[in-house]
Ligand binder design. Structure first.
Ligand code: ZN
Ligand code: ZN
Ligand code: FE
Length: 780
């Protein structure tokens, strides 16, 4: 919220009556804002009017000066829970004649930014009604009000009125209409308002047969209790659900979904159950219970409370709370839903690994037919797919791993007025970004852009963003990498629309994205650490020290290059990286080391890799932080096969015991700022040979690596006088690394910028690209 709200003096006129106009911008439509204003004005006996306009509400109040001031004072603190206020302007006017306090029809006023509310978890009031046998919406799977319910995912176009949403086919019954039109009602102008008489309904599809309503829900629970897998339609897509305490069911789900080891998210009935399964910090509790209800990564309690197959090889569970009425009704039972039906349900995205989310009933039944035994569907269409968000808490605040439902399409707010730029992101975990005015609308997580299906989804979201925010781009932006589908699509679009295209270097875009989230002036020192991004010299970069502003950057330093035996294959087989580092550092001694470090079935592959390295066959070189983590993870015996992105590093962090002994890092940085990790690798290898616990090796490595980056940043700071360091790149999803490094930097008097609302991984790139494109093309 913008706290710099201007408050004009409101001098009383001769009669002690003042008239003020307050204009509020932000998410104030469809969230119960006007009824709230009406209540507040009535309580203070003020006259005047309120009306919506595109991008905000305008309020006229008139009455005694002290009452007007009280109105102003209470306006923001008491505003509806899901409203988001970006700016408040107050203007003093001369008194007029008002007939009490009224709500005026909306008027279109062009030019203002448009805000759309994200989807919001079922609120406490609706939950009470849901459980109340005397309420007319008792057990209604679509109960919602102005404080909660679907928003972004049901909006086809703006303005946000029922005919423009997927609620259009449902004609309100008399009772619902009365509530919808009653200014004092919690459902006043709640566009998705519904009840059992007029709203959508659920259906269970099972072996070609169907069950409706409560019978469908009851049967779904029975199926889940007997180990079946049910596809459940939610807010932004389908989930694949099964009982998380049933090892066979979870195993079957993994097998059918082709998902080997990556942890599966679970939904638990309430916060107490979450606390029984995992250690929940205050911040994690707040995130879990927030209206956004993301999946929060929290450390498991031991012994494990759920089937081991839910999150094998991970110390964490990804937990979320129910966020739709259907979830509440599924997870609980009894007349007032007083009994817990499931400790936890696995609720994983309804797709085959790496495919876009299913949102349509027919499509889900087709595409998920090989995974789910039954389908709990409903007839309120999802117009735009939106995955669950994933967050972890750290001492430095939440780290987003995936930003989607609950947060989209809330913009990143900028201080600078932007040209309209459409930025296409990169390839992995990609997003697109559209800037308009001082807002950057970053899309939901779009997954990996690797095939025709994901490209379709990507194009659909890109078009949808332009539709709902009514903006068409003046400039396009993308990555440097010529083979990314996003780059090719951007080039096509630039040709077709005859628009300028700005391509930016991957790690520069990372750092600019982080700067933009803080409105940092720059230049800053950027530490960009990730798996891979194309460098300007055509090599693979991934652990870079940049001095960066919004327009340009200089590559001051980087991690020493190492070769990747087999290129991308090295990403899936981290032992290739372990061996490459051993060969690099120990030369022919590696021949003896490898059999004492690696199990036989891996060690026997060494002669082949040795030949590749020796003769430089298919061994591209990279300065990648991700590959260094892979090497250490492999050398320490933690992970030899990556079945999902980042697994070796995630597992290494998962077991790391924090160390606070002396570091050797101080000597790591040479004069040209090539960070040589040899001492770190040697240290790890010696520890492995001495039989030191992997947990200790992992802890030590995290500390040393942080120290190495710290020293590189400090050296750059001394040379340039820059005191601000921005951290970006997927490697900074690592909580231990972020905490250790930022504490060290702050101790050295450095200001540290971390991503606040975007993930540090490649999901943040579209924002950085947009800013770079804007600055490179602006005419001043
Ligand atoms: Zn509600
Ligand atoms: Zn109704
Ligand atoms: Fe990256």
């Amino acid at each position: 919220m913008d706290t710099s709200a201007e408050s004009a003096d409101m001098p009383p006129d001769a009669g002690g009556v003042v008239h003020a106009r307050i204009v509020i911008r932000g998410i104030v439509q469809g969230v119960g804002f006007r009824p709230f204003i009406h209540r507040l004005a009535s309580e203070l006996e003020l006259s005047g009017e309120v009306c919506n306009f595109t991008g905000g509400v305008s309020i006229d109040i008139q009455g005694p000066a002290d009452k007007c001031r009280e109105f102003e004072r209470r306006l923001i603190p008491e505003s509806p829970p899901i409203s988001v206020i970006n700016a408040v302007e107050t203007e003093a006017l001369s008194p007029e004649t008002f007939d009490g306090f009224t709500i005026q029809p909306s008027h279109e006023r062009a030019g203002g930014p448009i805000y759309v509310s994200p989807d919001v978890a079922t609120c406490g009031d609706c939950l009470r009604e849901l459980k109340d046998p005397d309420d007319r919406r008792y057990m209604h799977p679509f109960i919602n009000c102005t404080n909660c319910g679907p928003r972004y995912t049901i909006i086809g176009k703006m303005p946000y009125d029922r005919p423009n949403t997927s609620m259009a086919p449902f004609e309100m019954c008399e009772n619902c209409r009365r509530e919808y039109e009653d200014i004092t009602d919690r459902r006043y102008h709640a566009q998705p308002v519904a009840c059992p008489n007029c709203g959508p309904s659920v259906q269970l599809v099972l072996d070609g047969e169907t069950l409706d309503g409560s019978a469908a829900i009851k049967r779904t629970r029975e199926l889940l209790k007997t180990g079946k897998i049910v596809a459940v339609k939610g807010l932004g897509g389908f989930h694949l659900a099964c009982d998380a305490t049933d090892a066979d069911a979870v195993e079957t789900l993994r097998r059918r979904k082709f998902r080997e080891q990556k942890p599966l998210a679970v939904m638990v009935p309430d916060i107490d159950t979450a606390g029984a399964l995992a250690h929940i910090s205050d911040d994690a509790r707040e995130l879990l219970q927030s209206p956004q209800t993301p999946i929060v990564l929290v450390r498991k309690r031991l012994p494990e409370g759920l089937a081991h197959e839910v999150a094998p090889d991970s110390r964490d569970y990804g937990i979320m709370l129910p966020y739709t009425p259907i979830h509440h009704i599924l997870l609980r039972e009894g007349v007032r839903l007083e009994e817990i039906a499931f400790t936890a349900l696995v609720m994983t995205s309804g797709n085959l690994s790496d495919e876009p989310l299913c949102i349509d009933n027919e499509e889900a039944i087709q595409r998920l037919g090989g995974i789910a035994d039954a389908f709990l569907i409903h007839d309120r269409d999802i117009l735009i797919g939106c995955d669950d968000s994933v967050v972890r808490d750290s001492n430095d605040g939440p780290i987003f791993l995936r930003r989607a439902r609950g947060y989209i399409p809330f913009p990143v707010q900028l201080e600078q007025q932007m040209q309209t730029v459409l930025a296409y992101g990169a390839m992995k975990n990609t997003t697109v970004c559209l800037t308009s005015g001082k807002n950057a609308f970053v899309s939901q997580h779009l997954g990996d852009l690797t095939d025709a299906q994901s490209l379709d989804f990507f194009k659909k979201i890109t078009a949808h963003l332009q539709d709902i925010f009514q903006a068409s781009p003046e400039i396009l932006a993308c990555d440097l990498h010529p083979d990314y589908l996003s780059t090719r699509h951007a080039q096509q679009q630039a040709d077709e629309l005859e628009l300028p295209l700005v391509q930016s270097q991957h790690h520069h875009a990372h750092i600019v994205s982080c700067m933009a989230e803080h409105d940092a002036d720059g230049p800053v020192i950027g530490l960009a650490c990730d798996g891979a991004g194309l460098g300007e010299d055509n090599t693979i970069w991934g652990c870079e020290v940049l001095v960066s502003d919004y327009e340009d950057y200089e590559r001051i330093g980087h991690l020493k290059y190492v070769r990747l035996p087999g290129g991308d294959a090295a990403v899936e087989q981290p032992f290739r990286m372990g061996m490459s580092y051993l060969y690099e550092i120990y030369g022919s001694e590696a021949d003896e080391l490898i059999p004492s470090i690696y199990p036989e079935e891996i060690a026997e592959k060494w002669p082949m890799f040795r030949q590749m390295l020796q003769e430089d066959i298919n061994c591209p070189k990279a300065s990648s932080a991700g590959r260094l983590f892979d090497a250490i993870s492999s050398l320490a015996g933690v992970c030899q096969h990556a079945t999902y992105e980042g697994q070796p590093a995630i597992m290494l962090e998962g077991i790391a015991e924090r160390q606070d002994n002396e570091t050797i890092g101080a000597t790591l940085v040479d004069e040209d700022l090539v960070m040589d990790p040899s001492p770190l690798v040697r240290q790890a290898v010696e520890a492995v040979l001495e039989g030191v616990e992997p947990a200790v090796i992992a802890g030590q490595f995290h500390r040393e690596f942080a120290e190495m980056l710290h020293n590189a940043a400090i050296q750059t700071s001394e040379e340039t006088g820059i005191q601000t360091v921005a951290l970006s790149g997927g490697t900074f999803a690592n909580g231990i690394l972020v905490e250790t490094l930022s504490a060290r930097l702050r101790n050295s008097g450095i200001e540290v910028l971390l991503h606040k609302s975007l993930p540090p991984g490649d999901a943040c790139l579209s924002l950085g690209q947009a800013l770079i494109a804007h600055h490179r093309t602006k005419k001043d």
